[in-house]
Design a protein around this ligand. Structure first.
Ligand code: GLV
Ligand code: GLV
Length: 368
């Protein structure tokens, strides 16, 4: 066989078929739960060429050391890669790839959906019907919601997913406050303002709306909704740290009616602080798809029955659309893209120049 690959999860038949058709010897970890790190190390030490990982696998010097001389690529089926120690990958000169872009729209639409569902109290309303508590149509309801149209939103992080969320929010005539430490995609944001102006001038949109960059405090202070789209960066890692970006202090800047949406990484938000703020009604609601510990522990303060109506909890599945997850086409699905990223490195595509391979993250380690 050509190359040996170990995948820590099943990525679906069509994508695996591509590898096998290319002559690869592919072993897939058969359980739904992730393999223990000791097993990953064992597989890597057995001389595999490529490793397919998920965000659940901790990939660091121990793994790279075990793969010394053999392991040529780590291909992660996710856009986020905080579970992979970049400095260690660079030290061992192992490129790692991710699956950005293909999940951008799915993740952004999901963020929008859970924001809107929280605002309009869909969960409380449905339970009312199921519990046979639906009396009659009436102007007043115990679960009157907040409209989304025309409201203000803070977009924290204006990378790919943040921009896609902006696009969706602008369709709902929202005022958009952007915070991004690196002011990513400024041009795009200016162009959205032009679209907003045109829609207002032509009467398609009644209210004039604006989109602009501001400091975190200002963004959080004026927003009805706050949606987070930053990668997890811990202290000491490259980039502006985002660990516990939402904490007691920054929650204090937010309106007591604001709804917090997180589809990025759990540790960006201090969950104890959020649960507290919800309980004391200093925060209006939360819609969370990601958590500091996943799966969410039974004793998480976010499960407090007292905040049940305002705290929506989801199983880290923003990207979980069928095409987004499983399509074997690298321009459509994460499965296709993870396979392509792996093959680019092993096949020596792009003239074997790793710095030219589009899905490789740590290109800096391969610049001559
Ligand atoms: C999922 O969380 C991802 O990073 O793709
Ligand atoms: C509600 O159903 C309405 O007709 O306003």
């Amino acid at each position: 066989k050509k190359f040996r690959v170990f995948a820590t999860c099943d990525i679906g038949k069509p994508a695996l078929e591509r590898l096998r058709a290319a002559g690869y010897d592919v072993e897939v970890y058969p359980q739904a739960d992730p393999p223990p790190k000791s097993l990953i190390i064992e597989k890597v030490a057995s001389g595999i060429d490529g490793l397919i990982t998920t965000l659940r696998d901790k990939i660091d010097a121990e793994v790279f050391e075990a793969g010394k001389g053999n392991l040529k690529v780590v291909a992660q089926i996710a856009v986020g890669f905080d579970n992979i120690n970049r400095a260690d990958a660079n030290k061992y000169k192992v490129p790692f790839t991710h699956t950005a872009d293909v999940l951008t729209e799915a993740t952004a639409e999901f963020a929008f959906f859970i924001m809107a569902a929280a605002a309009r109290k869909l969960w409380t309303a449905e339970r009312n019907v199921r519990d046979l508590k639906w009396g009659t149509w009436h102007p007043f309801l115990p679960f009157l919601g907040d409209e989304v149209t025309g409201k203000s939103i803070a977009i924290i992080g204006t990378g790919r997913i943040g921009l896609a969320m902006i696009k969706k929010c602008s369709g709902f005539d929202m005022n958009i406050l952007c915070y991004d430490a690196a002011y990513q995609n400024r041009e795009y944001i200016n162009s959205i303002q032009k679209v907003m102006d045109l829609r207002h001038e032509t009467g398609i949109q009644k209210q004039r709306t604006t989109i602009r960059y501001c400091e975190l405090q200002e963004a959080l202070s004026f927003a009805d909704f706050v949606s987070i789209h930053v990668p997890l960066i811990r202290e000491g890692e490259e980039g502006t740290p985002t660990y516990h970006l939402i904490n007691d202090k920054t929650l204090g800047w937010m309106r007591s009616t604001a709804i917090l949406v997180n589809t990025s990484r759990g540790p960006v938000v201090d969950e104890v602080a959020v649960a507290h703020a919800l309980k004391e009604k200093r925060l209006g609601g939360a819609a969370l798809d990601v958590f500091e510990k996943e799966p969410l522990p039974a004793d998480s303060p976010l499960r407090d029955p007292e905040i049940e109506d305002v705290c929506r909890l989801y199983p880290h599945f923003a990207s979980a659309g069928k095409i987004t997850r499983l399509d074997p086409d690298p321009n459509k699905g994460m499965a296709g893209r993870v396979v392509q990223g792996l093959m680019d490195v092993l096949e020596g595509n792009y003239g074997a120049d790793i710095t030219k391979m589009p899905y490789v993250v740590n290109k800096e380690a391969f610049k001559s």
